[in-house]
Design a binder for this molecule. Structure first.
Ligand code: ZN
Length: 288
């Protein structure tokens, strides 16, 4: 199969369809193996959270608040609690990670988010005020002014990640850490195929979120991406997954997800860090 889109890594336009969703195909680059959606998303897509605050329903709030809490908590225990500095949550969405950061007043924590609806929610409902609603080009922060920049489920939405990653690299202080969380395609694809086999193609199922998740990274491709942005050292971490499954609160599914998490961590260490089938929690460090 060939089409006008080209692979962001190797520029090839030869692909193989690996998964068909209702609105778009997911393809694998024949040359380098990168997997991505054929959906055409504008680089500055800002309507993820809908058009008004009323579009943000209880399920969305559960997903970003309760379901993420343990994960945010573990992150803060590891990276935030015993230190201080300045943090930027890039693509902060409804603001729940920043809300968690407000427990650590020794950190000057900022957010930026492209969706005015989400920013409105974060300011009015969560009482957060250090959030800039802007594209990255107009953020107005000084170069080398952050110790940590986080991207929680953001990178997979960005059609052209390089310009944004370069901007964020410049905003980091020397030795600063860029932290990304993104799904791992090596597990997402088999799960999507299994779900489709069991239940068929259904409009209300998430599968690979073809119209939202544009790039599907693996440990290898996310490492390649970050090394191209000159990050010096890449470290993979493990945190408990989001305590929800694609919008479902099913206790059985959450149990299976956690079981998968512990198994994948075991596999990661017993394979001497060669096999990573966990979600991708990646810390990329800028040189001194
Ligand atoms: Zn390629």
């Amino acid at each position: 199969m060939s089409m006008e889109k080209t692979c962001i890594f190797c520029n090839s336009s030869e692909f193989k369809v690996v998964f068909r969703e209702i609105k778009a195909d997911i393809v694998r680059c024949k040359k380098c193996g990168h997997i991505f959606s054929t959906w055409n998303q504008p680089q500055d897509y800002d309507a993820y959270f809908g058009n008004t605050v009323e579009d943000i329903n209880q399920e969305t709030i559960f997903w970003f608040s309760d379901a993420h809490r343990l994960m945010y908590n573990q992150f803060c225990q590891r990276f935030i609690k015993k230190s201080s500095g300045r943090l930027l949550d890039f693509g902060c969405g409804l603001g729940y990670f920043l809300k968690e950061m407000s427990n650590f007043p020794q950190w000057d924590s900022w957010g930026c988010e492209i969706s005015p609806v989400a920013v409105n929610f974060a300011k009015k409902r969560l009482g957060l005020n250090k959030i800039v609603c802007s594209k990255i080009q107009n953020l107005g922060f000084a170069k080398e002014s952050f110790d940590i920049i986080t991207l929680w489920d953001v990178i997979e939405y960005i059609p052209d990640p390089w310009p944004i990653l370069y901007c964020l690299y410049n905003l980091l202080k020397p030795k600063g850490m860029l932290f990304l969380h993104t799904p791992n395609i090596h597990i997402q694809l088999p799960i999507a195929r299994l779900t489709k086999m069991l239940f068929g193609l259904r409009k209300d199922f998430h599968y690979l979120e073809a119209t939202d998740h544009i790039h599907h990274y693996s440990a290898d491709t996310i490492t390649k991406l970050l090394k191209q942005v000159e990050f010096e050292r890449i470290v993979f971490h493990h945190f408990v997954p989001i305590q929800g499954v694609a919008g479902s609160k099913s206790k059985t599914l959450i149990f299976l997800k956690n079981l998968w998490y512990y198994s994948s961590v075991l596999l990661f260490y017993s394979s001497l860090k060669k096999i990573n089938l966990d979600n991708l929690f990646v810390a990329a460090y800028k040189s001194a």
